[in-house]
Structure formats: structure tokens, C-alpha cells
Design a protein around this ligand. Structure first.
Ligand code: SF4
Length: 459
């Protein structure tokens, strides 16, 4: 379904309308936006659309490679390949009941890995998929490794194919596809000697991986797997020690550190963050690695560009981005309002000079508090995550219900800043919108420079 036709675009000039249901492009029924984009890149595009029950042919003429100017309602037009694993650590299994149906969809689809950076275990990957990835150059992809020992991996994914599916990773690397890896560490399952063995396995079998993110298990209060629990501070420190040791080995053998621990580990272990140079270009920023350092650098004006989160947990479910494959998903960030939702622009002008409350999660408070320590007019307003509970403490999983509860207890007449990372298409994960909040908030892109500008009133 066409959801947007850009003004003065080839699609608009040819007569494409919002609401048209696309049947084919140049006689081909595209399976997904990847194929759509390839077909739409042609200079002559014959579109067959259904409009109010009638089939309509539309001929579009444009330069080769010029965007069509029409966006569609979904990234995948056939069916999303769903995951047939049953990981005990799966966060989707730990969601509360009653959320949007789309949030419960477990995907294991290499196309969503390419489009949105989702991780795939490759347990449903096939020879035909490999051919397509190579032919269309679908690179980079993100692969969940968890363990290189086949028995441990099979056990963790609760899928007999989990023990074998990393053979596809070898094939992808052999074909020159760039791949990032991820290890979700579950205490007592794949930490300690198993993590050590996994990193050895990566060096031995998959040294071409671009980076490997080591991230901690997340739990909610709906977790029903009794052996799945958050790391203790000592366990987090032990993971950091293993990662540090292997970084030295990778650096000596490959000339790069390859493996990085999530920022969350440093917060749980209460250990300092490595310096910015350590992160080798912050390539794994979207996995929560190096975010604290980039945020600080941006806030203090030490870098020219920002590294804001571009995609996030669950964000792909709300449809294809308006521009490009891995584009920002938040209209407030996309429209040039930079820091304000439409409804709050007036509020910002009216209240400039008023005390400011920065809404953030428990982890965010620890990161932001030192940055604003010298600002008497700024305070951090911590939003405890009662909605998910467990060890959920990141700003990206703040829900409208929790933000509402906290805001209702705050004084009026002040400015409240909300990071855009907790919104997708203007909605919180629980479906609430900014209009449901008891006080106006200013939505600020989740990067240090934007926060600084919002505090200084220079947005
Ligand atoms: S592979 Fe991912 S989506 Fe599937 S069960 Fe495991 S954690 Fe959940």
C-alpha cells in the first residue's frame, strides 16, 4: 500500500496516489522493499496498481537510479520469516500481555537484518537466501552467535538447527558479506569458560567478522524462566575481564579489538568506560556499545557529527522508514524540528529560562547526572520502568504509562525533555502518545549535541 507520495516526485507526476495497492513493477511482484528499490531504480517503471477495486497501469519515466518518490506500508511484502527458536532469554517472551500484536512477532529474517539491523540466528537460512544475499549484495548483516560450541548454541536457542546454522556464517564471510556478531550473555549459561571458548571459536573460525557485541541478558517482571536472571556486579565485572583479555588477543592477532562489551556492563559492574579511541569508530553503537562516550563527546562539542540511535528495539515493526533503509524513524527528529514535537514548539519559546527536567531511565541518570552537575537549573527526572520491571533500565524502553506516572508528580511551569529513542512514529511502546502525557514535553533527539542545544535553548 502506498503511504506517501513525495511532492513533485516522478511517482506524483505519473499519477501514483496514497492508498494505491501495488500489484507489480515492470511485471515483477516485489517480495520486499529491497526488491522494490531495485525495480524502482529502473528509468522506465510500469506500475500495476489496484485503486478502488480497479486495476490501473501507471508508466513512470525518470532517470535511472532516481527515487520513485513513493513509500509503502511495509518492509516485507510476502511474509516475515518468523523465528522458530525458543530461547529462554528472549525478551519477546517476557513482554506483558495486551501490547500491539506486531510487537510479539519474533522474526528471524535476514532481510530485516539488512534493512533494520535486526539480528538473525540463521536457523531458517537457506541456500536460496545465500544466493540472494550474494547476488544483491545485502551487506552488512547481523548474526546472533551466543556460543560457538554447537551443543551450547543448540541448547540456548532450543532448536536442533542451532548447532549447525553457523555454517551459514562461514559461507557469508567466504562470499565477502560484512557481518557483525552478537553474544547475549546469560549468567551461568554462556559466561565464564563458555564465553572464553566462544571468543576463541570466533578467532579460529570467523576472524573476518567486523565486530562482536557482548550484551547482557535483559529480563522483565514477566520472565517465567527461573534460570534467567540479571548479572550481579561481580558477574558483570567478570565478563568485562574476559572481553578485555580477548581484545588484547584480537589486537595482537588481527590488529583490531573485534569484541566489545555493552555499556550496560560498565554500569552494572560500576567500572569506568574505556576512552573513545578504544571503540574503533563506534561501529556497534546501535547495540549499546560506546553510546556513553559518543554522548559525552557530543555534549561537550568534541565531535562534529552525532551518532544518534538510528534503529531500535521493536522499531522495524511500524513499517518501512520514510527515507532509505536505516533512516531515523521519529517524525520529530525527521522534520527539522530538532528537539521539539510540533505541539511543544510554542511551549519551548514560552518557557525558555524555566527549570528543566530531563526524563530518562535509571541508566540514563547515571550517565547524564555528571554532564549537568554544574547546572543548577537542570535536574534529572528518573523514570523507573514499572511497565517492564526486571532489569529494564534503558531510556529506549520507557513507556508512556511510566512517563505519565512520573510526570504527574512533577511541578508544572517547567520544561521537560524526553529522548526520542523511546518513541516510534510518535508512539511509546505501550501505544500511548505525547498527547496522553499529563504535561507537555519537548522531544529531543537522543544525542549529546541535541541535548546540549535543548538545555541552552539554541534549538
Ligand atoms: S532468536 Fe531471538 S526472537 Fe527468536 S526466540 Fe531467540 S531471542 Fe527470541
Amino acid at each position: 500500500m502506498v503511504t506517501l507520495v513525495a511532492p513533485d516526485s516522478p511517482a506524483q507526476r505519473a499519477g501514483v496516489r496514497v492508498g494505491d495497492s501495488v500489484r507489480s513493477l515492470n511485471g515483477v511482484v516485489p517480495r520486499d522493499v529491497i526488491e522494490w528499490r531495485l525495480l524502482a531504480d529502473e528509468p522506465e517503471v510500469e506500475m500495476l496498481v489496484e485503486r478502488q477495486g480497479f486495476e490501473v497501469e501507471i508508466a513512470v519515466s525518470k532517470a535511472a537510479g532516481q527515487p520513485l518518490g513513493a513509500e509503502v506500508s511495509s518492509a516485507v511484502f510476502d511474509r516475515v520469516r518468523t523465528c522458530d527458536n525458543h530461547c529462554a532469554f528472549c525478551f519477546i517472551h517476557q513482554l506483558p500481555p495486551g501490547m500491539r500484536r506486531s510487537l510479539y512477532l519474533k522474526d528471524d529474517d535476514y532481510r530485516l537484518s539488512f534493512l533494520y539491523g535486526n539480528f538473525t540466528t540463521l536457523t531458517r537460512f537457506t541456500e536460496a537466501d545465500l544466493e540472494r544475499v550474494i547476488d544483491e549484495g545485502l551487506s552488512p548483516l547481523n548474526v546472533s552467535i551466543h556460543a560457538t560450541d554447537p551443543d551450547v548454541r543448540r541448547e540456548m536457542l532450543r532448536n536442533r538447527r542451532g548447532g549447525m546454522s553457523l555454517r551459514w556464517l562461514r559461507e557469508l564471510l567466504d562470499a565477502g558479506i560484512a557481518v557483525n556478531g552478537q553474544i547475549v550473555v546469560c549468567p551461568g549459561v554462556n559466561d565464564g569458560s563458555v564465553l572464553d571458548d566462544t571468543l576463541l571459536g570466533i578467532l579460529d573460525r570467523f576472524p573476518e567478522l567486523r565486530h562482536v557485541a557482548v550484551v547482557p541478558l535483559g529480563t522483565s517482571r514477566y520472565n517465567s524462566e527461573s534460570h534467567m536472571r540479571p548479572h550481579t556486579a561481580d558477574e558483570a565485572a567478570a565478563v568485562l575481564a574476559v572481553v578485555r583479555e580477548w581484545q588484547e588477543i584480537f589486537l595482537a592477532v588481527l590488529g583490531r579489538r573485534m569484541v566489545f562489551a555493552a555499556d550496560e556492563y560498565h554500569l552494572v559492574a560500576n567500572e569506568p568506560f574505556p576512552p573513545s579511541e578504544h571503540y574503533e569508530g563506534f561501529e556497534m553503537h546501535e547495540d549499546g556499545i560506546g553510546m556513553v562516550r559518543t554522548f559525552e563527546d557530543e555534549f561537550h562539542g568534541r565531535v562534529d557529527t552525532v551518532t544518534a540511535p538510528r534503529s531500535g528495539f521493536f522499531q522495524w515493526v511500524d513499517g518501512a522508514p520514510a527515507e532509505g533503509y536505516r533512516a531515523p524513524r521519529n517524525p520529530a527528529a525527521d522534520t527539522g524540528l530538532r528537539g521539539c514535537s510540533t505541539s511543544s514548539t510554542v511551549t519551548l519559546r514560552a518557557r525558555r529560562g524555566a527549570p528543566v527536567g530531563i526524563l530518562t531511565g535509571v541508566y540514563g541518570e547515571r550517565i547524564l547526572a555528571p554532564l549537568v552537575a554544574d547546572r543548577a537549573d537542570v535536574r534529572i527526572v528518573v523514570v523507573d520502568n514499572e511497565f517492564f520491571g526486571g532489569n529494564t533500565a534503558v531510556a529506549g524502553l520507557m513507556t508512556g504509562a511510566d512517563v505519565s506516572r512520573v510526570l504527574a508528580a512533577q511541578p508544572s511551569g517547567q520544561r521537560y525533555l524526553l529522548p526520542d529513542v523511546c518513541l516510534s512514529e510518535g508512539r511509546f511502546l505501550d501505544g500511548l502518545t505525547l498527547d496522553d502525557l499529563p504535561r507537555p514535553v519537548e522531544v529531543v533527539p537522543t544525542d549529546g549535541r541535541s541535548l546540549r542545544a535543548a538545555l541552552d535553548g539554541t534549538t
